[in-house]
Design a binder for this molecule. Sequence first.
Ligand code: AMP
Length: 303
Amino acid sequence: MSLLVVGSMAFDSIKSPFGAVERVVGGSATYFSLAASYLTPVRLVSVVGKDFPREVIDMLASRSIDTKGLKIAGGETFRWKGYYEYDLNTAHTVKTELNVFRDFAPVLPKEYRNSPYVFLGNIDPRLQMDILSQVRGPRLVALDTMNYWIENSPAPLREAIGKVDIVIFNESEIREISGEYNLVKAARTVRGWGPSRIVIKRGEYGVLHLSDGTMFAAPGYPLETIFDPTGAGDSFAGGFMGYLASRGTADPTDMDYRLATMYGSAIASYTVEAFSTERLQNLSTEDIAERVDAFRALTEFRV
Ligand code: AMP
């Protein structure tokens, strides 16, 4: 079933201990759409400048990604510059240039308004709420954010969180927004604002999924080659929501959520093996199934 995503599309400049790249394609909606497109049809809402490569838009459109909601505006594409040290779990932002996002006032194409699954990707929380208000009766809504919005737009972000079912954070983000170091307590605090489920990304250490009365922990896959963690979070979210949308139910079971977590983890584990979307855009469904199986083998034990 269709999965609507709003988020950034970007040019990234990234340095990690393993190399550096300038002005490569990135953005939360880019990674998310590609990851989810292996599992379900995606409806993309974003904005790029005229400087964004046409081939990339064509590549997205050649998959099950509807790009009718992608606006090409006068001005420059969103840019993010960041670096990682040996702790690849923490991205350090050097510069964020909103550019065409500054005046973006999206109007959803008519056929997007009945989207049953919605992902409010990392972008201005006012924009996330604007999009959500244009969707009629979605079944499941998830939201992602980052420290930039936690620090610059705390009130709108709190309001947006209050309108969704699931929030996906990384460890430092949920600690910052909740003011709680302990992750179980932090998740309880955020659940008190409205969402019934919290997913906490812990970089190479995996994912923790908390709801009322249940917890699920998935490890990170122990990879031999990691080049660039950028996009891992959005690829995770794409696999996670893509799996739930492919199931098509309004009320996923606990096992649906567990499997969604494993699909997200499997796809994200490929993203970090290369810079930008290089590895993510060249996966096969067999690669994904193989990694899900490898996760099963990694954690299976009997008593
Ligand atoms: P992640 O999956 O969390 O590593 O997110 C990576 C993507 O987030 C990068 O490709 C960036 O272009 C994008 N990004 C960085 N800062 C922001 C921001 N403040 N708002 C929206 N997107 C951002």
